[in-house]
Design a protein around this ligand. Structure first.
Ligand code: ADP
Ligand code: MG
Length: 322
C-alpha cells in the first residue's frame, strides 16, 4: 500500500463529489466539448466520466496516475500563470489510491488503451479500440479506507453535492455540453451552445432564467459579466451565488458579499439573490496554489474587483427599475 498516496487522497478526495469534480476538471483541461457523468449508489459503487477531449497516449498512462506528475505546467513560472483547472498532478493518483479505476482512452495517435488500477497499483494495460477522448470509471470508492466512508453523509446529501458541483462547473463552461445521470435518470443536461441564459435555464429552470438580468463591466484588470436575479427572486441561502473566476468555481465570501452589496437595501433580511458572476482576469493575478482542492484562491486587487461587481449590479438593478 502506498501510504503517502492515501494520505494525499484524503486532502483531495473527501467524498464522491470530489471525484466527479476532479475528473470533470481534467476533461475540461483536455479540451472536451462534451462531458458525460454517470454514477450509481451516490457515487460509491461507480462513477463514470466520459469526454471527447485530447485522450492520453499509451506511454503516458503511468505518468498520469503518478502523484505530482502533471502535463499542464512545465516550470516554476507556470505555477504563477495557471491557465488550466488542474496543475498539481494529484487527482488521478489520489482517486486510484482509494478505489478501483478503469481508464479507456484514445489520443487519436493510436488504436486506444485500456488500463486498470486497484488501490493505486496498475493491474493491466492493453490496446483497446476507443473513440477519441477518455472514459474513466471509478468503482468501490473508499473500499480500502473505511474511516472515509464513515465521514460521508446520507446518500441523498452526497448526491446533492455531486449535482451542486456539476451545476457550478456547467455554469462556468456554457460552451461545453454536460450530461449528468444517476442510475438512468438525467439530473442535468446543458446544450453547450455557449449561451449562459440557456445554461442557467438547464440548471435552475426556465422560469428563473427568463427573469434574470444580464450585466457586463470591466476595468484594466477584470472583465465581469453574468446574470443576476431581480430583488424579488431570492433564496434563503447564499448557495445560489456562483462566482466563476476564469471558469473556475470558487468560494469567496468577499466577492459574494460584493454581489449582495449591489442590491443595497432591496434585499429583505436573510434573503439572497441568485447570481452567476463570471470574472475574466490575467492568471498572474490569481494564486490558485493555496489549497489542494483549489476551491479557495488568493486574488490580487480583490477590493477593486469587489467594487466593480457591486457597481455593475447596482447599475443594472437601477436601470431595471426605471
Ligand atoms: P492535473 O490535472 O493536476 O495535471 P491529474 O492527476 O488530475 O493532475 O491528471 C494527471 C494528468 O493526466 C494530467 O496532467 C493529464 O495529462 C492527464 N489526464 C487526466 N485526465 C485526462 C483526460 N480526461 N483527458 C486527457 N488527459 C487527462
Ligand atoms: Mg486534474
Amino acid at each position: 500500500v502506498n501510504l503517502s498516496n492515501q494520505i494525499a487522497a484524503g486532502e483531495v478526495i473527501e467524498r464522491p463529489a470530489s471525484v466527479v469534480k476532479e475528473l470533470v476538471e481534467n476533461a475540461i483541461d483536455a479540451g472536451s466539448s462534451r462531458i458525460r457523468i454517470e454514477f450509481t449508489d451516490a457515487g460509491l459503487k461507480q462513477i463514470v466520466v466520459q469526454d471527447n477531449g485530447s485522450g492520453i497516449d499509451s506511454d503516458q498512462i503511468d505518468l498520469a496516475f503518478t502523484r505530482y506528475a502533471t502535463s499542464k505546467i512545465a516550470n516554476e513560472h507556470d505555477l504563477f500563470n495557471v491557465n488550466t483547472l488542474g496543475f498539481r498532478g494529484e487527482a488521478l493518483a489520489s482517486i486510484a489510491a482509494v478505489s478501483h479505476v478503469e481508464i479507456l482512452t484514445n489520443s487519436a495517435n493510436e488504436i486506444g488503451t485500456r488500463a486498470e488500477f486497484a488501490g493505486g497499483v496498475k493491474k493491466t494495460q492493453e490496446n483497446a479500440a476507443a473513440r477519441k477522448g477518455t472514459q474513466i470509471t471509478v468503482k468501490d470508492l473508499f473500499y480500502n479506507t473505511p474511516a472515509r466512508l464513515k465521514y460521508l453523509r446520507s446518500p441523498r446529501t452526497e448526491i446533492m453535492k455531486i449535482v451542486d458541483i456539476v451545476n457550478r462547473i456547467a455554469l462556468g463552461y456554457p460552451e461545453i455540453a454536460f450530461t449528468l445521470m444517476n442510475e438512468g435518470r438525467i439530473l442535468l443536461r446543458t446544450a453547450g451552445n455557449n449561451n449562459l441564459r440557456q445554461t442557467v435555464s438547464s440548471v435552475y429552470g426556465r422560469n428563473i432564467a427568463e427573469k434574470m438580468l444580464s450585466f457586463k463591466s470591466s476595468d484594466n484588470d477584470f472583465e465581469i459579466s453574468g446574470l443576476i436575479s431581480n430583488p424579488e427572486l431570492t433564496r434563503s441561502t447564499r448557495n445560489f451565488i456562483s462566482i466563476l473566476l476564469n471558469g473556475r468555481y470558487i468560494r469567496n465570501f468577499k466577492l459574494a458579499s460584493a454581489v449582495m452589496a449591489g442590491y443595497g437595501n432591496n434585499l429583505a433580511a436573510k434573503h439572497y439573490p441568485i447570481a452567476v458572476v463570471k470574472i475574466k482576469t490575467d492568471p498572474l493575478l490569481v494564486d490558485v496554489n493555496v489549497h489542494p482542492t483549489k476551491r479557495e484562491v488568493r486574488l490580487s486587487k480583490e477590493t477593486e474587483l469587489s467594487r466593480l461587481i457591486t457597481n455593475a449590479i447596482s447599475t443594472v438593478l437601477l436601470k431595471n427599475e426605471t
